[in-house]
Design a protein around this ligand. Sequence first.
Ligand SMILES: Cc1cc2nc3c(=O)[nH]c(=O)nc-3n(C[C@H](O)[C@H](O)[C@H](O)COP(=O)(O)O)c2cc1C
Length: 176
Amino acid sequence: MKKIILGITSSIAAYKACDLIRLFVKGGYDVHAVATEHALNLVSPLALEVLSGNPVYSSPYPEERREMQHIELKTDASLLLVMPATANIIGKFAHGIADDVLSTTFLSVTCPVLIAPAMNPNMYNHPAVQENMAKLKSWGVKFIGPVFGEVVCGDEGAGKLADIETIYRAAADAVA
Ligand SMILES: Cc1cc2nc3c(=O)[nH]c(=O)nc-3n(C[C@H](O)[C@H](O)[C@H](O)COP(=O)(O)O)c2cc1C
């Protein structure tokens, strides 16, 4: 069974991680969710755990587990998929910042990395985000989306999360 690490960050689209996990489980993948602490304001850890059948990783200093969560997932993963990816996590990855479980996981995995950004179009078009993405692409990181459309705040432009089936297909192709 192929193992997929699903990084979830605090875009309003974080709830869609639940649907994506269901697709992965149905497709026969072993999904391990790693959510930023902010993401857990927007999607319930219980829902992620129940749907994936695995514990959710978030704090590098968990009270209930004693192992090295910050790098524990690095071995035997076939893919690190970050969906949705905030401007913040893209910036942290591009600069080697390692201050939570998702950013330390990014630095420690050797598998392919696929990122599905989601943000306001002005944020997405900002040179800071564009340069961070270009840097990650030059390191071999792949992106899926974002797509053009209306985002939750009502603005229109590029920044909308790609649809879940498209992300699922891109992830499945990446581990095939
Ligand atoms: C309701 C809500 C929705 C947000 N949606 C987005 C988003 O779609 N994309 C984004 O880059 N930031 C978004 N933010 C801002 C991020 O949550 C903020 O930058 C946060 O510090 C990112 O932390 P994380 O990357 O560790 O999850 C949103 C914030 C709130 C409160």
